[in-house]
Design a protein. Structure first.
Length: 166
């Protein structure tokens, strides 16, 4: 197992991973991602900026995450508890359905924490769709605190805004 920075040659595999995750979520009634979001433009930009990381085992991408400093627009209204100039954002955390439940998401978040500490970030922020029952347990297990929530115009359930001080 290793977590590596994605390169342009990984794009097809990344898009396949997303397609499988979207299909699985949609079958379970979670429609916060779809066939066009997140899409190839987001993933291509993440590869170009060096912010897309893949969890690979035996050369197969089983999970992914984007790590960067770009604050999502929805976060600007959140009353964050940690006041820090240098914050890392976790985005588009996804694990292929065949390998969910094996701790890959936790390993990706652990990698994000290590990455953040090594680069002097003072906090990590992310959101989770509250419509997914396991979201709360996942974030609690990793030491994230719920600091607020926001709604997307296309979703009934809100997203939970989470942060962790480093």
């Amino acid at each position: 197992m290793k977590i590596v920075q994605a390169v342009q040659n990984d794009l097809v595999e990344v898009l396949y991973l997303l397609k499988e995750c979207v299909s699985d979520m949609n079958e379970k009634g979670f429609n916060h991602w779809n066939n066009s979001f997140p899409g190839s433009e987001i993933m291509t930009k993440a590869i170009e900026t060096g912010s897309l990381f893949l969890y690979k085992e035996l050369g197969i991408a089983k999970g992914m995450v984007i790590l960067n400093e770009e604050e999502p627009e929805e976060y600007k209204k959140i009353d964050w508890q940690v006041t820090a100039d240098k914050v890392l954002y976790i985005k588009y955390l996804a694990v292929h359905p065949n390998w969910q439940g094996h701790g890959i998401a936790k390993k990706l978040v652990g990698y994000a924490e290590q990455y953040a500490r090594e680069r002097g970030y003072k906090a990590i922020r992310m959101d989770l769709y509250s419509g997914m029952e396991a979201s709360g347990r996942f974030s609690d297990d990793l030491g994230f605190k719920k600091t607020g929530q926001f709604h997307s115009t296309f979703q009934q359930a809100p997203y939970l805004a989470l942060e962790k001080s480093l």
